[in-house]
Design a binder for this molecule. Structure first.
Ligand SMILES: Nc1ncnc2c1ncn2[C@@H]1O[C@H](COP(=O)(O)OP(=O)(O)OP(=O)(O)O)[C@@H](O)[C@H]1O
Ligand SMILES: [Mg+2]
Length: 390
């Protein structure tokens, strides 16, 4: 066990204002925050998760629901939507905006992104100003759900630590699709085109494997550390089918060469099955719960939730280590479900220690009674927001 370095940092980044315009069931919602915890309270369907989804649009990709841009436009609105936030950090204030118009949606355009009024190429660049991590009730099924959902979840987690990872994954998927098509359409198994694609594939695959290795080692090290009063279990990320045949004691270019050979040998089988049967897209991830000596998929529902929280907390700590002490913003949707009172209380203690601004949702405010003095409370009713004193 190692002790985590508890040096308090003066570096921080948090959302002080958030505006949603025509986003889902919010015509116009404006939130100003004064505390580290923001509790969004309201009955089912009132629009709580929609607010977290709006914040999640300040990351690359499709946000916490993985939704289409058109589905996010208010059905009673003009067809487009926008989200704006103001961030306060040790550097001062920064304005971030993202959104899309009706016309842009019809023309299949991407959403626009701006930092302090200036257009930026990709939402990935928001990551220079703010780190965002979320946990939703859908993730409760992560360890028993599909392998590809799990891999996507872990790859996203790794991208926050190794920012080049998400582009590598995107390019990898594009080249795999091309390789499958070329293999399928060719009469013979040899082609210069295929050789070139496999060369590119080998390069990206090894980068993906290395990024995963680096990030997973960093998270595992933190999950093994002794964090004071932490009730969330010590666990370890396990990667399965991570090209075990590839020796780790060789140089990167030797690894790429070996991988090219592996792909070459797999051509016949891949042509028949019309898929690439080996590679980073086949990797599966799980957690190993150390105390019970059990893989996450065999743990109880509550234990799986605890393991997930452990992972999210460890990821936040790694993010903090890699970003000069700045904590990520946490979006925790219905996080108290499946947690006993002691663990709810402990989770809030752990987050306070971490210093992350945290957005929480729940159907009643008593779920957040432990943080009453440290939280802003908002009641949400049919997409309308009112600040309350619980
Ligand atoms: N594009 C849209 N336009 C208008 N309303 C929408 C749109 N998309 C979803 N909604 C509605 O938004 C409502 C609120 O959704 P949300 O998931 O935020 O609720 P919630 O408060 O988190 O509820 P729960 O407690 O059940 O999780 C739902 O009733 C849904 O039908
Ligand atoms: Mg919800």
């Amino acid at each position: 066990m190692i002790e985590i370095d508890k040096k308090k940092s003066v570096n921080f980044s948090e959302i002080i204002k958030l505006n949603l315009t025509d986003f889902r069931n919010h015509d116009f919602t404006s939130i100003t925050t004064n505390n580290r915890f923001i509790s969004l309270v309201g009955e089912n369907g009132s629009g709580k998760t929609n607010i977290l989804e709006a914040i999640s649009m300040f990351t690359s990709g499709r946000g916490l629901r993985g939704a289409q841009l058109s589905d996010q436009s208010n059905t009673n609105g003009k067809g487009g939507w926008s989200v704006f936030m103001e961030i306060k950090s040790h550097h001062g204030k920064t304005k971030l905006g993202t959104g899309i118009s009706d016309l842009e949606i019809s023309n299949g355009k991407n959403r626009q992104c701006r930092i302090d009024g200036k257009s930026i190429k990709s939402p990935k660049l928001f990551g220079n100003n703010i780190g965002i991590i979320w946990l939703t009730p859908q993730m409760d099924r992560l360890f028993i759900g599909s392998r590809s959902d799990r891999r996507k979840f872990f790859d996203k987690l790794i991208s926050l630590i190794e920012p080049t990872h998400s582009d590598n994954i995107k390019n990898y998927e594009r080249i795999i699709t091309q390789r499958n098509k070329v293999l399928y359409n060719l009469d013979s198994l040899s082609s210069v085109w295929l050789d070139n694609l496999e060369k590119q594939l080998a390069k990206i695959s090894i980068s993906i494997l290395l990024s995963r290795q680096i990030a997973v080692n960093q998270i595992n090290k933190i999950m093994d550390a002794d964090v004071k009063n932490n009730l969330f279990p010590s666990s370890k990320i396990i990667m399965r089918e991570e090209l075990d045949t590839l020796s780790k004691d060789i140089s990167i270019s030797e690894m790429e060469d070996s991988y090219i050979k592996i792909l070459y040998r797999s051509r016949k089988k891949d042509k028949i099955t019309y898929k690439t049967n080996i590679g980073p897209h086949r990797t599966d991830f799980t957690l190993f719960y150390k105390k019970n000596k059990m893989y996450a998929e065999n743990c109880s529902t509550g234990e799986q939730k605890n393991l997930l929280i452990s992972l999210i907390l460890a990821e936040s700590r790694v993010y903090q280590e890699n970003n000069n002490g700045i904590s990520p913003v946490l979006l925790l949707d219905e996080v108290t479900a499946h947690l006993d009172q002691e663990r709810i209380c402990n989770l809030f203690d752990q987050i306070s220690e971490l210093g992350s601004q945290t957005w929480l949702t729940g159907t009643t405010s008593d779920l957040f009674c432990y943080i009453q003095s440290k939280a802003d409370f908002f009641d949400i009713n049919n997409g309308k927001l009112t600040q309350i004193k619980p």
